[in-house]
Design a binder for this molecule. Structure first.
Ligand code: SF4
Length: 150
């Protein structure tokens, strides 16, 4: 079972109340090959909500609220589910403080990116679960390379 960020499957769970649907990801879910998860919803955060960025060791919302405890708790729940279903691969939304892989916003809310992983992505990598962003997944799919053991 592949774990996918729920917003990539069209679930309207992003901070702005919208999804970020990727047809290839939605197709995987429809076929029963992927499980959509949103760690921030699992953390009981509302939608819509303030955007969050990682600032050092903390996760701060744009309105100043410290959501470190919530983001870590949601990522832990999502990781538990990923392990329960035996997932080895995840396709996660890029740049998110939770799901981002390789690049995240720098904590200044100015659109600057730095190297780093979102907290859920980092937890998955610690468990040796291979993580792709939606862009990596789409370009591999378009080039005909199979990343999925299907
Ligand atoms: Fe999408 Fe992940 Fe953000 Fe949820 S936490 S809205 S799944 S990027």
């Amino acid at each position: 079972m592949i774990i996918v960020s729920a917003c990539l499957a069209g679930v309207q769970c992003r901070y702005n109340g919208q999804g970020f649907p990727i047809p290839e990801v939605t197709e995987l879910v429809k076929k029963g090959q992927a499980l959509p998860l949103c760690p921030e919803i699992l953390a009981n955060l509302p939608t819509p909500r303030s955007s969050v960025e990682q600032c050092g060791e903390r996760f701060l919302a744009h309105d100043g609220k410290d959501l470190t405890t919530e983001l870590i708790a949601g990522a832990r729940i999502a990781l538990t589910i990923a392990k329960l279903v035996g997932s080895k691969i995840a396709i996660l939304k890029s740049k998110s403080p939770t799901c981002g892989c390789g690049l995240i916003y720098d904590g200044t809310f100015s659109g600057n990116l730095i190297e780093g992983d979102g907290v859920f992505c980092a937890f998955l990598k610690d468990e040796k679960i291979k993580v792709y962003t939606e862009d990596q997944f789409q370009s591999l799919t378009l080039s005909g390379k199979k990343i999925l053991p299907l």
